[in-house]
Design a protein around this ligand. Structure first.
Ligand SMILES: Nc1ncnc2c1ncn2[C@@H]1O[C@H](COP(=O)(O)OP(=O)(O)O)[C@@H](O)[C@H]1O
Ligand SMILES: [Mg+2]
Length: 145
């Protein structure tokens, strides 16, 4: 059932590279918002996984970034843009298990190389744009049937 909201609810969170202390806050806040709005649990789960993975990539690989979300009666749109190194080979980065995470990040339990594949799997629309030396933008849409 489409959400009973008027127009669109939107918001933004700032993300700081290397800041593991607050990592995951943006996706947790979005999850709370979706719960408040009464979005179906399966949709919330997909949105949370996709958003969390994208948020972590900014924390791990980039200097800083923004997470923007737009909730309409028919879906959730999430855009994560960062200022960072960019991705040299997107096709390779999209492969399950591919990771350039440094050792200290792996010691924290990250770097399984499943983030981008999981974002794609959990969204109905997935788009990634990157410029090496400038940054990366990921856009995802999760439909609300
Ligand atoms: N925002 C980003 N900026 C720069 N590189 C990125 C970004 N997101 C992903 N990457 C690159 O793509 C690879 C795969 O990402 P991902 O699938 O999330 O796995 P993981 O984070 O576990 O390495 C990363 O190891 C990194 O090289
Ligand atoms: Mg990742």
């Amino acid at each position: 059932m489409p959400l009973n909201i008027d127009g669109c609810i939107e918001g933004s969170y700032q993300l700081i590279g290397g800041n593991f202390a607050t990592a995951g806050e943006a996706s947790t806040c979005l999850k709370l918002k979706l719960t408040e709005l009464g979005v179906a649990e399966t949709i919330i789960r997909r949105a949370s996984i996709a958003t969390f993975e994208a948020e972590m990539n900014v924390i791990i690989y980039a200097a800083a970034g923004w997470l923007h979300y737009y909730i309409t009666p028919h879906g959730i749109k999430i855009r994560i843009e960062d200022m960072g190194p960019g991705i040299e080979d997107i096709e390779l980065a999209m492969q399950e298990g591919f990771s350039t995470a440094p050792e200290w990040v792996r010691e924290l339990g990250w770097g399984a190389g499943m983030g981008l594949p999981n974002m794609k799997k959990n969204s109905d629309l997935f788009k990634i744009d990157t410029v090496v030396g400038e940054g990366t933008t990921v856009e995802m849409v999760i439909n609300i049937p």
